[in-house]
Ligand binder design. Structure first.
Ligand SMILES: *Cc1c(COP(=O)(O)O)cnc(C)c1O
Length: 525
């Protein structure tokens, strides 16, 4: 607190504020872009937003375990607190501010109707341990959403409880593991394409399998012949993303499934990219045994700091018997029960167990069902079509200035991929991404998937208008051209953001998670 001037403002140096050149202000603020220090730096342990009276003397009943020193948490007055968090929130980028082209993440608009429904007291104010007779409506939402997910995917069953895509992957792989155990087979290998999301091999390894790569063909698909050649009695199955992380449809998916099944394995599909095919393709028809659906991607529930994930897993007839508890069951008279350990009896004897304490992400179920019902079957199909159309619009508008490695093989699905090939010496993907920040856009996904050098994965989603896409394309073309001309200013981008380039590797590898008063730390040395 020693570095505070009496008014609470901390003048910042150009380096600290990241401000360009001479436009440094006394406060470090730049017009509406407000600096904000950590609460530990601006708050004081002597301040709170509440006036407490002196605590009355009381005999402690803690048996000598009462705290002897202060907690040391800094406080602010109420208006200072409101400003602190409001200022921090303004340094965030959000889908409510602009296009968020983060590939593989489906950052689409979250309709406000979903929020209204999720906030209805009958959904928002209930408790997972309430007697089921008092929460029939909520169980009805879970059950109806489950039916929609089964219908949309053409699958046999669905496990609703997993709480994210990666959690759903684990659920599906545990089903496969349980099925193999029931068959008495010890298959240890899971085949995963080189283009897979990092969560796929992580899930496989976490569940005790050994991961082996399947190579890709030059047109960005799984190499079917290489996959077939590897199949055998030690292979538990495959984990394949479709549409894949290069934004391409795996056209051989049915042939892959048939070959894997013939060799006694199971097919896990990473369904994170379901947005591109919802209402158009039923994964069940492609022979898939298990697939997670990211409700927070395809079905528009907020994510990325805006809300929790939800990753229901649809299951084939072969894997459904192994799915986790609990699940809902609808009786002919309209009554819904929750099938749990206490109530399951001998109805679901092969379940591998349980993924979560309770019933899953209720708020996300309500949002997703609202989204599905407000779109209808035809509207969901249009979601897929428009998301693919938007991505192809970006692909074709950019391919003359950025290398698009698969563009010559045909259209993409819901995301367009570019590489850093052709950028001059010294310029790469990171410069394009940082340039976008100055233009007021969240960068696209970069350096993923690994199969494309310096990958830039752009997923505009269907909720962006042509006008917004044109503005984004204009910005991206301008940045690509600046890179091609070797503009040194681009190497320093972002120049207009609150901070310049941060050492992201150091931040990830050596995160500073504990605040230390610099003066105290120095005194201690
Ligand atoms: C987002 C994503 C995942 C993981 O989903 P989470 O909900 O973040 O756990 C897995 N695979 C792919 C291809 C994804 O895009």
């Amino acid at each position: 607190m020693s570095n505070l001037n009496p008014s609470g403002w901390r003048p910042t140096t150009p380096q600290a504020s990241g401000a360009a050149g001479d436009d440094v202000t006394f406060t470090g603020n730049r017009a509406l872009m407000l600096e904000e220090a950590l609460i530990f730096e601006i708050g004081s342990t002597e301040t709170t937003g509440v006036d407490f009276g002196t605590a009355p003397k009381a005999t402690s009943r803690l048996g000598g375990l009462e705290r002897g020193d202060t907690i040391g948490l800094p406080g602010l007055s109420e208006p200072e607190t409101v400003r602190h968090y409001t200022r921090l929130s303004r340094q965030n980028y959000a889908i409510d501010l602009g296009l968020f082209p983060l590939g593989s993440c489906t950052m689409k608009h979250n309709p406000r109707l979903n929020e209204k429904m999720a906030r209805l007291p009958g959904f928002a104010d209930i408790h997972p341990l309430q007697p089921v007779d008092t929460v029939q409506g909520a169980l009805g939402v879970i059950n109806e959403l489950a039916q929609w997910l089964i219908t949309l995917t053409g699958m046999h069953g669905v496990a609703m409880t997993p709480k994210a895509g990666a959690h759903g992957e684990l659920c599906g792989i545990l089903c496969i593991k349980a099925a193999l155990e029931a068959r008495g087979e010890d298959r240890r290998i899971l085949l995963v394409p080189t283009s897979a999301h990092g969560t796929n091999p992580a899930t496989a390894a976490f569940a005790g399998f050994t991961v082996e790569d399947i190579p890709a063909t030059p047109d960005g698909r799984v190499d079917l012949e290489a996959l077939k050649a590897r199949l055998g009695p030690d292979v538990a199955g495959v984990m394949i993303t479709n549409p894949n992380t290069c934004g391409l449809f795996e056209r051989d998916m049915k042939a892959i499934s048939d070959a894997v099944h013939a060799a006694g394995g199971y097919v896990y599909c990473d369904g994170a990219n379901f947005n591109a095919i919802v209402g158009r393709v039923r994964p069940g028809d492609l022979g898939i045994d298990a697939m997670h659906i990211n409700l927070h991607k395809t079905f528009s529930t907020p994510h990325g700091g805006g809300g929790p994930g939800s990753g229901p897993v649809v299951l084939s007839e072969a894997l459904s018997p192994y799915g986790p508890l609990p699940f809902t069951e609808l009786y002919a008279d309209g009554h819904i029960t929750l099938v749990e350990e206490e109530t399951v009896g001998d109805r679901h004897p092969h379940t591998f167990g349980r993924m979560t304490a309770f019933q899953g992400q209720m708020g996300m179920f309500t949002r997703a069902l609202t989204y599905i019902l407000s779109h209808g079957a035809d509207g969901l199909r249009q979601v897929a079509e428009d998301s693919v159309l938007n991505a192809n619009y970006v692909l074709r508008a950019m391919e003359d200035v950025l290398d698009a490695p698969f563009a010559k093989f045909g259209p993409c699905m819901h995301e367009a991929i570019f590489s850093d090939k052709g950028l001059p010496e010294g310029f790469s993907t990171i410069d394009i991404a940082k340039g976008l920040i100055d233009e007021g856009f969240h960068p696209m996904t970069v350096y993923f998937p690994l199969v494309v050098h310096g990958a830039m994965l752009v997923e505009p989603t269907e909720t962006e208008s042509k006008a917004t896409l044109d503005q984004f394309i204009g910005a991206l073309r301008s940045i690509a051209n600046r890179a091609k001309q070797g503009d040194p200013a681009l190497k320093a981008a972002p120049a207009l953001a609150p901070r310049r380039r941060l050492d992201e590797t150091a931040a990830a590898r050596k995160p500073v998670l504990v605040w230390k008063d610099a003066a105290l730390a120095q005194a201690a040395e």
